[in-house]
Design a protein around this ligand. Structure first.
Ligand code: BES
Ligand code: MG
Ligand code: ZN
Length: 467
């Protein structure tokens, strides 16, 4: 989708001109003011389409309700434009223009909304999905905000594309290659020998059952003057079969998405190189596959993580926390101020919160609060889950420092308590369990297609650039 800023949007010969309708305010179109039905309630995202029959440069005028102008937010604009774009696709539109009669800076969120709704993963289809390919905005929008929205849109597209890929494409080696190709980012990749040398025994064990070699990926963005150091870790299970504790077919079906957090971390690092915040940012991925091959790690094995703590393998399907344990140790050794891990970690989190919210846990209330608040503005929901000793007690082991799973209940919090064992007290840490939010099986919210959603991307980019 090409973005064009033009002086007079109404003069653009396009398929659809999207205009706003606020409560108690006329639109800027005589045609719309005349034909808008009385029962148009002006609800957020409500749509009415008018055919201009050649009387105007646009073939259709699409009126989108935006509620009360004084209550306008980026979220209202983004979601309403997303819905409008879906409608444009039904009208087979290629060229779409947007003009809202408000002083609110709508350019950025409008572009982001359009880009999210216009996304399809059709790389492997011979007949491609319909797409809007030209998007017009008036040139008096805040150009800087539009450019930032374009970077965020690109990051989301990149993350969604990579995590929608089959596991045969998005292997640990492929992720490492992609990370190494990022412009403006320094990337180091460690192979099995180096991973072993660093003492990452928990991570390495998970990788043992696969023919795909593990790749530990460390990306770094360094500004001239860093106000802060932040590490973002993404769970990078390029496929999670469950290992020897193999998953049933229905649960395994979407497990190529078990690296969607890793895809998001690569996307965030790419965005850093473009947005250039005054923050040193480390992107860390312990990439591997969890497979039941002949070399696979086994229930009852005892693993030693990088910080020396020992783990009894209770269930080989609780593999994400093993890879993250070593990644967290590594991040803490970098002496960062804050570390965030993003992970499709537990089905339990999905059961608790559904696909509506990401579970958040951590060791610092203010840090957690700041991420939740950033998410609200960025349009991603987070819900804090408890970190109580009771959840840790479930994982006591007779033969090691801990087991990798607890009871059937409270699984998201237990996983959080497990990870906490690998974080040092001097680092603020937040854990985002995106199991429910990163990948949706069916289209959602009228504009998100099935598959990857790029969970965490919008929140983390916003959080970092606002430091
Ligand atoms: N990758 C899964 C978690 C998951 C489940 C992500 C559903 C997305 C959708 C994770 O590795 C896993 O298998 N977790 C187990 C842990 C259990 C064995 C304690 C789970 O949640 O069932
Ligand atoms: Mg698993
Ligand atoms: Zn997993």
């Amino acid at each position: 989708m090409e973005i064009k800023l033009v002086e007079n949007v109404k003069e653009v010969p396009c398929d659809v001109l999207i205009i706003s309708k606020f409560k108690d305010k006329e639109t800027t179109s005589d045609l719309a003011n005349k034909f808008l039905p009385e029962d148009f309630e002006c609800k957020k995202g409500e749509i009415f389409v008018i055919h201009t029959h050649g009387e105007q440069n646009a073939k259709y005028i699409l009126v989108v309700g935006l509620g009360d102008e004084k209550d306008l937010t980026n979220n209202v604009i983004r979601e309403s434009v997303s819905k409008a774009i879906k409608k444009c696709a039904c009208l087979k539109a290629k060229k779409v223009a947007v003009e809202f009669n408000t002083d609110y800076n709508y350019g950025g969120p409008a572009l982001l909304g359009a880009s999210i709704a216009n996304y399809h993963f059709d790389k492997y289809k011979t007949k491609k999905d319909h797409r809007i390919n030209e998007f017009y905005l008036p040139s008096d929008v805040d150009v800087e905000l539009v450019e930032r929205a374009e970077v965020v849109s690109e990051a989301m597209r990149f993350s969604r594309n990579l995590s929608n890929e089959p596991a045969a494409f998005a292997t640990p080696t492929k992720l490492a290659e992609i990370a190494q190709g990022l412009e403006g980012i320094e990337t180091e990749v460690f192979n099995s020998a180096k991973i072993q040398e660093l003492g990452m025994g928990a991570y390495l064990a998970v990788a043992k059952g696969s023919v795909e070699p593990p790749k530990f990926i460390h990306m770094k963005y360094t500004p001239k003057h860093a106000k802060k150091k932040i590490a973002i870790i993404g769970k990078g299970l390029c496929f999670d079969s469950g290992g020897l504790d193999i998953k049933p077919p229905s649960s395994m079906l979407t497990m190529r998405d078990d690296m969607s957090a890793a895809a998001s971390v690569i996307a965030i690092m790419r965005a850093m190189a473009k947005l250039k915040p005054d923050v040193e940012v480390h992107g860390i991925i312990a990439a591997c596959e969890n497979m039941p091959g002949a070399g696979a790690y086994k229930p009852g094995d005892i693993l030693t993580a990088m910080n020396g703590k020992t783990i009894e393998v209770d269930n080989t399907d609780a593999e994400g926390r093993l890879t993250l344990a070593d990644a967290l140790c590594f991040a803490c050794k970098l002496k960062v101020d804050e570390v965030v891990d993003i992970a499709t970690l537990t089905g339990a989190c999905m059961v608790a919160l559904g696909t509506a919210a990401t579970g958040i846990m951590g060791n610092d209330e203010k840090f957690i609060h700041d991420i939740i608040e950033t998410g609200k503005i960025a349009g991603e929901k987070y819900w804090e889950l408890p970190m109580w000793q009771e959840y840790r007690d479930q994982m006591d082991s007779e033969i090691a420092d801990m087991k990798n799973t607890g009871t059937r209940y409270g699984g998201a919090s237990a996983a959080g308590m497990f990870l906490k064992e690998f974080v040092t007290d001097d680092v603020k840490w937040a854990h985002l369990d995106v199991a429910g939010t990163a990948f949706i099986e069916k289209p959602q919210k009228e504009f998100l297609c099935g598959g990857s959603t790029a969970a965490g991307v919008r929140t983390m980019i916003k959080y970092i650039i606002e430091q």
